[in-house]
Write a protein that binds this ligand. Structure first.
Ligand code: NAG
Ligand code: NAG
Ligand code: NAG
Length: 249
C-alpha cells in the first residue's frame, strides 16, 4: 500500500500543478467567474450566406442567436438539453429563436444550452432550461432591436450603409455600445455584410456597454464565430435584404 500510494500522490500533485496553473489562457479556465451576459442577435440572410446554403422562408427580422456568459463555456456536461422543459414556449422559440440553417429542428437550442446555458445557470434567475430560454426571449423582446433599427431608418437595402451611421443609431437609442459583427467582403464584393449584433447585460440584467478594457482579447477570438469579425468602421456595409439572396444563383 505504502509502495503504491507514494507515486500516486506524486502524480496527483503534478497534475494539480499542471492544470491548476494560473498561466492557463483565460479561455481554458472553464469555471472562470463570468461578469456579463451577451445577448446575441443575428441577421438570418447573413447566417445563410456564411454557410453558403439556400434558405427558404427566412424570417425578415433579426433572430436570437444566444444568451452567453462572457467568460465560461460548457459548465456542466451532465446537464443535457431537454426539449420537454421548454415545450410550452415552443411558439415563441420557433418565432424568435429559430435554427435558421435547420428549420424545425432543435440542434441550435441544444448547442446553446450545453455551451452557454449550463454556465448562465449559476444565476438563480437562469438556473433551469425553462428559465434560461424564456429569460433570453424576454430580453430579446425588451431590447427590440428590430424596431430600433427600423425607427432609425436602418432597413435591409441593396445600397450600402456607412458603419458609423449604424453604430451611432444604436448608441443613441440604447445609450450603450453594442458589439457589431460583419462578414468580411467576399470575392467580388466591395462591402462587408452586417451579420450579428450583441448587447451586453450585467448579472442583474441591466444593459451595459460591451466594451470592457479588461476583456482578454483572445477570449473574444475564441468565442465568436471565426467568420464574423467586429465590423470595420471604414468599410461600406451591406445590410442585405432577403430578395438579394433569391436573386443570386
Ligand atoms: C450539473 O447538472 C446536474 C443536473 O442538473 C446537477 O445535478 C449538478 O448539480 C450540476 N453540477 C454542477 C457542478 O452544477
Ligand atoms: C417547418 O417550418 C416551416 C417554417 O418555419 C413551417 O412552415 C413548416 O410548417 C414546418 N414544418 C413542420 C413539419 O413543422
Ligand atoms: C459606455 O460607453 C460610452 C462610449 O464609449 C461612454 O460614453 C459611456 O460612459 C459608457 N458607459 C458606461 C456605463 O461605462
Amino acid at each position: 500500500m505504502a509502495f503504491l500510494s507514494f507515486p500516486l500522490s506524486m502524480i496527483f500533485i503534478i497534475l494539480t500543478l499542471h492544470y491548476g496553473s494560473s498561466s492557463d489562457p483565460i479561455y481554458l479556465r472553464k469555471t472562470h467567474e463570468w461578469k456579463k451576459l451577451i445577448l446575441t442577435h443575428h441577421w438570418p440572410v447573413t447566417v445563410c450566406k456564411m454557410d453558403q446554403v439556400q434558405c427558404d422562408n427566412l424570417p425578415d427580422y433579426w433572430t436570437l442567436h444566444g444568451l452567453w456568459p462572457d467568460k465560461s463555456q460548457m459548465c456542466n456536461k451532465s446537464w443535457p438539453f431537454d426539449y420537454s422543459e421548454i415545450k410550452d414556449i415552443m411558439t415563441e422559440m420557433n418565432k424568435w429563436w429559430p435554427d435558421v440553417l435547420h428549420p424545425n429542428r432543435t440542434q441550435l437550442w441544444k448547442h446553446e444550452w450545453q455551451k452557454h446555458g449550463t454556465c448562465a445557470a449559476s444565476l438563480e434567475a437562469l438556473n433551469s432550461q425553462h428559465k434560461y430560454f424564456s429569460k433570453a426571449i424576454d430580453m430579446y423582446k425588451m431590447t427590440d432591436l428590430n424596431s430600433a433599427l427600423q425607427k432609425s431608418g436602418i432597413v435591409p437595402s441593396t445600397k450600402y450603409y456607412q458603419m458609423k451611421d449604424i453604430t451611432n443609431a444604436l448608441v443613441d437609442i440604447y445609450g450603450v455600445v453594442p458589439k457589431i459583427q460583419c462578414l468580411l467582403p467576399q470575392q467580388g464584393e466591395d462591402a462587408q455584410t452586417l451579420g450579428q449584433i450583441e448587447f451586453c447585460f450585467t448579472k442583474e440584467f441591466q444593459i451595459r456597454n460591451c466594451t470592457d478594457k479588461s476583456d482578454a482579447l483572445h477570449f473574444y477570438e475564441y468565442q465568436t464565430n471565426k467568420e464574423l469579425q467586429v465590423c470595420d468602421q471604414e468599410l461600406n456595409t451591406l445590410y442585405p435584404p432577403i430578395k438579394c439572396l433569391e436573386d443570386s444563383p
